[in-house]
Design a binder for this molecule. Structure first.
Ligand code: 5GP
Ligand code: MN
Length: 345
């Protein structure tokens, strides 16, 4: 296993060779704050070092993340498939940010797979795929935290400006639920202190992420908590199904359900919270947990997903009610697995 510093050196070497001119930056499907923040920060660095760059997404960036520098310029495959295909074909390097496999790039996947470009993963999820360069660290809070090391090791601390600091902080803050989970390393706080020294405008970032709600979004969250939330008291599992009809009723926009899944974890004795959303063509599951409950195992074993110990996701193609039933059925099975694994330790 190569260490992270050596992998970053490999990237430095590749970029210094003079053969890299066109850069494509790709976040994961349904981008979150960490994916958006890392794409924004890397695009700004590419801009400063005079490389041609494009951020491409298979779907859309939620409204609340569009304040980040360069994010409004991204190109969605849903709007401009031909342009995305051309840019991917012409790219010399493709950065895969905040995901560990091309499979998390949705409709872009086949084009990325056949591109001539080198592929570089910068990510903090377990078990990354083998790619040309893999800069992966599962101990950090977020991809943005890792990206800071990449940027400063290659280009030095002075390249970090206010925009980069804001973007990296947005990723660190959102991926840790506001420095709640996955954020017990002193290094994370030293990094935030450095970002403040380099121009981070914390109030600006907080205002845009947490204080730009629409009333309809609050109503959707309120309705789900009041009328949809059910708690399995025996195991401490909270379940919230949200139907397509409800999304339409409350004029859902991408990102409107962000953060909702964390709220039931504030209930005493609830250790797992699951949000199940009926999307256009599939059912999306979001898992969150407290302590050492490995919800990524639950998502992986029964719901075609994965993720981190305390934050994971999955998807199903069956009807919403069937997914809810399956989730309920797998509660005792999952906790049995957890107990067996505990005993083995
Ligand atoms: P979210 O619930 O916010 O969509 O996702 C939580 C975490 O689980 C994220 O770190 C995300 O990368 C991961 N995740 C979400 N959906 C999937 C999925 O379908 N497959 C895998 N492998 N990971 C997922
Ligand atoms: Mn992340």
């Amino acid at each position: 296993m190569k260490n992270i510093k050596d992998c970053i050196e490999e990237l430095r070497f590749k970029l210094a060779g003079g053969l890299v001119k066109n850069v494509v930056i790709i976040p994961h499907i349904s981008p979150d704050g960490d994916a958006a923040g890392s794409c924004s920060a890397l695009a700004e660095v590419m801009q400063q070092v005079c490389l041609q760059w494009h951020i491409l997404t298979c779907d859309y960036m939620p409204e609340y993340l569009r304040f980040l520098k360069h994010i409004p310029k991204l190109i969605s495959y849903q709007d401009k498939p031909e342009e995305c295909k051309r840019l991917i074909a012409e790219a010399d390097i493709i950065f895969m940010l905040d995901h560990n496999t091309v499979k998390r790039e949705g409709d872009l996947e086949p084009w990325v797979m056949e591109a001539k470009a080198s592929r570089v993963i910068i990510d903090h999820h377990l078990e990354p795929d083998e790619e040309d360069i893999v800069i992966s660290d599962t101990s950090v809070s977020s991809t943005c935290e890792l990206l800071y090391s990449v940027i400063t090791q290659i280009w030095g601390r002075d390249i970090i400006n206010e925009d980069i600091a804001n973007s990296l902080y947005a990723g660190i803050n959102t991926d840790t639920g506001g420095l709640n989970h996955n954020s017990s390393r002193p290094e994370t706080y030293r990094l935030i202190a450095e970002l403040l020294e380099q121009g981070l405008d914390k109030e600006y970032v907080h205002e845009h992420i947490y204080q730009m709600n629409r009333l309809s979004r609050l109503r959707l969250i309120g309705n789900t908590l009041l009328n949809k939330l059910r708690v399995n008291e025996e195991y401490g599992v909270a379940i919230m199904p949200v139907t397509k009809e409800e999304l339409e009723r409350y004029r859902y926009r991408d990102g409107d359900l962000e953060g909702l899944v964390n709220i039931p974890l504030t209930i005493r004795n609830v250790v797992v919270s699951v949000l199940i959303t009926e999307r256009k063509e599939r059912i999306k599951l979001s898992f969150r947990s407290k302590g050492k409950v490995p919800v990524n195992e639950w998502a992986k074993k029964w719901f075609n997903g994965g993720g981190h110990l305390n934050a994971a996701g999955g998807q199903m193609e069956s009807p919403l009610e069937d997914v809810v039933c399956k989730l309920k059925e797998t509660i005792p099975l999952f906790f049995e697995d957890v107990a067996v694994a505990e005993k083995k330790k």
